[in-house]
Write a protein that binds this ligand. Sequence first.
Ligand code: ZN
Ligand code: ZN
Ligand code: FE
Length: 759
Amino acid sequence: MKGRNVSDGRVIRVRGQVQGVGYRPFVWQLANRLSLRGEVLNDPEGVLIHVCGDALNAFELSLRSEAPPLARVDAVESTPFRFTVTPTTFRIAPSRGHGAETRVTPDAATCPACRAEIFDTSERRFGYAFTNCTHCGPRFTILRALPYDRAQTSMAAFDMCPACRADYQNPADRRFHAQPIACPDCGPRLWLEIDGQEITGDAIALAASRLRAGEIVAVKGLGGFHLACDARNPTALAQLRTRKRRPGKPFALMATPAILRAHAIVSEAEFARLTDPAAPIVLLRRNGPLLPEAIAPGQPTLGWMLPYTPLHHLLLEAFDGPLVMTSGNLSGEPQVIANDEARDKLARFADAFLMHDRDIVRRLDDSVERILPSGPMILRRARGRVPGTLPLPEGFCAAPQILAFGGQMKSAVCLIKNGQALLSHHLGDLDDALTWEEFQNADRDYSDLFDHHPKVIACDLHPGYRASRHAAQRSAAISAPLIEVQHHHAHLAAAMGDGGWALDLGPVAGIILDGLGLGTDGTIWGGELLLGDYLHTERIAHLTPAPLIGGDAASREPWRNLLARLDAADLEADADRLLAAHPVALLRQAAKAGVNAPLSSSAGRLFDAVAAALGLAHGAQSFEGEAAMALEAAAEGHDAAPYAFAHTDATIDPAPMFRTLLADLANGAPVGLIAARFHAGLALAFAAPARALVETGRAKAVALSGGCFQNATLLAACLDALDGIPVLIHHNTPANDGGLAFGQALIAAARSIATPETR
Ligand code: ZN
Ligand code: ZN
Ligand code: FE
């Protein structure tokens, strides 16, 4: 009797990003296909399956190999299980133990099936700008609180119609439990608005015709408003630049794949990145019919993205050309997300507004990425990438919960929990009041969402950073120890962590070429060769310090750094000649007297100095990194002998480099050639001693980090010079200060593990 009701089966635990991605209906369909019986459910640890039948091995293999597009399966753990009552069907059972563990995935670009539906006249979602399913659509940008279900999102305002509800409840449907499910009968609505008045007619067609006429249209997207205009129209571009008071900073572009390929060279790897569910902006080399220079003056690459929401697909199809899609914001402020805010702030930029009534809960900029021969590079980590987590390297699983607050300029916070790091979206420059508010919100928000209770707080050593002051207050408020981390040690740790360097794997030589960061000796560092691990670091060598003449002004005006470097190289007469337009005598006096001229070994400022010497930077920069980007662009395509730097015990002196550079300039050498010789020289000046550290056994690898490593030419030159030894570089986190919090968190984790009593 007993034997008839007993069946041998398995209980299978699936871990990873398996909730909110259509994983249960996938399991249900798979089980039915293989004639298996049992059940599947969500619980705080992921997905739990009880199953019996014949094809159990095939079933287990497919749980990984056939997983839906947005799922990430980290582990499939299977153990024998004996059913007391043999199930007759396979069912989706109710979730168990709802809790803060219920994850939300990043926003995902429209999937091919949804894209097909919106262009198919026979579908009820034909032309519908808010179509989505379990494989695509808004997620983090509409989320108010966990667990992720409709009532906790800005879709709560829309009642599902009977047809949508039927899809939502049908495990065989692509929209089973798709929380943002919507259709023209029940979902969000799109309209075109001018001067606060809704214009009657097809909003997409109206917007496209305005764009064709050269107007600027504010488009409400997924993580914020964009300002759009025809990328082929120089008048429209000039108007956008004037209205935004943004003379030179590159604009991003959006186009369909066919149009994108007509204007850019796209490798397979780049196309794969563009079509990733994250749909980032990817920097691509120019090609084919020239687009106006004003899109990205002087840049050999343009930032492109594909349409990533149905609204974008419909708009691009109707417009039939490339669009500029730049952040809708006031200069320096975060992107606008609310309709009223847009009407108020963007009216001076936009001729019309393409609006909708689904609230954007979370402001997320477009992510910016680049594919190099050395792999992917993240310049800005935002929409589509957050709140994805990064696994911590081996040895970090014992880390307590940690919260790190990052830097000042490209701020982002980082949370560590359960052996994973969650690096927040790019928040921006904390000097801006609204960004500062956004930063404080993000702190609260991420902590709430991920049920995070930090035992240790980490921040930069610089006490003047708003993030550091905030960290000190937070640590006092919750009586958690505060760990202050030297800026460039954090960069080093970030590159090590990104490269998966295990906690006890030993010391690494760090070539950290960066803007500015406070050093342990009270001076400002930024061109450093470090030797260290996650716990300690030693400053092996650095660029010979030069004064930042005028303090902060030296970061805005590249020529000030040229003056400092030429004077230091006994090239005063050349400084007088090259900088005749500037108040050289006065500033020289101030620098000599040490008035507002702190010393710095910054590599970023060295780039500024060289750009100024070559006439690539006049007056003040219109955006951060402008001079360095011009120098990188100039070096393109030149293969040149490196300039020599002088090496003494601990300093790497650019003085001889400047002497040769000026001689080259006097001899009429092309600017591009000189720029290339500088890149190669700087790379070698640091790579040679770093290589020596590895070859003498003091270091086991070399790590490359700091904002200068966004420069592909510099990165390639360093990798060349380090050929044959292990090198750690950033692939999933930014090399710039956007990755700083990740490094701080790893260092705080290492210290907490080493000295558990601080926990
Ligand atoms: Zn879809
Ligand atoms: Zn509906
Ligand atoms: Fe930095």
